[in-house]
Design a protein around this ligand. Sequence first.
Ligand code: ATP
Length: 324
Amino acid sequence: MASMLGPMSAIETRELRKVYRGRAVVDGLSLTVGDGEVFGFLGPNGAGKSTTVKMLLGLVHPTGGEVRVLGGSPMNPAVRARLGFLPEQFRFQTWMTGEEFLRFHGRLAGLSAAEVRMQVPRVLEAVGLGGRGHEALGGYSKGMLQRAGLAGAILAQPRLVFLDEPTSALDPIGRVEVREIIERLRGEGVSVFLNSHLLSEVEQVCDRVAFVKAGRVLRQGSMRELMGGVLPVNLRVDRLTPELLAVLGRLGEVRHTDENTPGRADVTLWLTHEDTVPALADAIHAHGARLYALTPQRPDLETMFLELIEDTPEAARGLGAARA
Ligand SMILES: Nc1ncnc2c1ncn2[C@@H]1O[C@H](COP(=O)(O)OP(=O)(O)OP(=O)(O)O)[C@@H](O)[C@H]1O
């Protein structure tokens, strides 16, 4: 049967499925990651993200559908040699030094001894472990181990790197450094598939994202495409009468009100157009309320995510908390 997949993408899946014990955990998942793109893969716990990544890496056989990675099958050793992978919790031998661990991985990835000698110091430096490679992994902090894992993922100069929660053990400085590494990879034309619960992080670094839930892609696109429709505005007034609230509700969608502080009311409103902002101010004045703040927000991924999965509040809470 002729493949329906195009040749130029880093990743392309069509109607990908994985059934475990009669239950489809990946259920017709179609997505495209362009060559050289940094792609964010988002979804609540249990959405099927890890299972999808395993199928993209050729570690799990799909029950159905098509998958193409770097133009070929992820089962193809030539394709696999061009993939890098940082699992969320990678296993390591505590007695190995960082350098030994990387040399070992380099040889497994098919690098020559000369390439290993050249690449190991380069990647140690790149992940901020320069000068620490001679220390045993057993003595590394969680953040250092995550950096070592990241070094392993980029060691063989892959064309496509999968990063599963690459900054979960890192402090804010470490997170910035990983973002810089991702930016550098993008600059070198490497595609990055980023699985992260930290929406602010994904927002800052990804060209495109996909939201996945119950094994299906709910939406995918560039940040601009995904956020296009909605302009959230935060308002602060001295009091919120039912009449004023009704008028606000006609101008936009009232998403949140907070009247817990006497003499003050905060409202979050979603507008569809920037031109409504002056009308808001006029309406507030016309109702005799005093306006203390009117702040259009940049629509963010969290807003988008909550909108998409708001029928599963427990999942939304899990992700919202991870943002802090
Ligand atoms: N080998 C397996 N056998 C049976 N069920 C599995 C297997 N692997 C995963 N599952 C189930 O498939 C569903 C999706 O799991 P998966 O790990 O892909 O989700 P996820 O989106 O990565 O979640 P998280 O964000 O929590 O890591 C879960 O309900 C999980 O229990």
